[in-house]
Design a protein around this ligand. Structure first.
Ligand SMILES: [Zn+2]
Length: 126
């Protein structure tokens, strides 16, 4: 796990391991700014938080009529697939991380699906 990379600040060779401090400039390798994998992980973490929120707002606006709702549902499915942990399985360091993101993804999308279901059940009269 202790690979070498170049310090993003001064180009000195340092370990990619989290918490490594560059002896040359003092740059510290954080949780999200180690190697490329960690950067991808940071992006995925942001996606996991923001996508359900974006879907939620989209669905709220989409319930105006059935045509906007069709678009809203399409966006919901698109975003749910795009943020699925299955696409990011190579970035998880531990089994715990993998389980955690799967649970968050399932929970958020179940709530959104229930919201869509309730809107559809209510129908679009007038
Ligand atoms: Zn440095």
């Amino acid at each position: 796990m202790s690979e070498i990379m170049n310090c993003p600040e001064c180009n000195h060779e340092i370990l990619t391991r989290m918490g490594t401090i560059c002896p040359n400039c003092g740059y510290t390798v954080g949780y999200f700014n180690g190697d490329g994998k960690r950067k991808k992980y940071g992006k995925f973490f942001a996606l996991t938080v923001f996508i359900p929120f974006i879907s939620f707002v989209t669905i709220l606006f989409a319930q105006m009529n059935k045509y906007t709702m069709i678009v809203g549902i399409a966006i919901f499915f698109y975003l749910a697939i795009k943020s699925c942990p299955l696409l990011f399985k190579d970035i998880f360091l531990t089994k715990f991380e993998r389980i955690f993101f799967w649970l968050v993804w399932i929970f958020a999308n179940s709530l959104l699906f229930a919201l869509i279901f309730n809107i559809l059940k209510k129908g679009f009269e007038g």
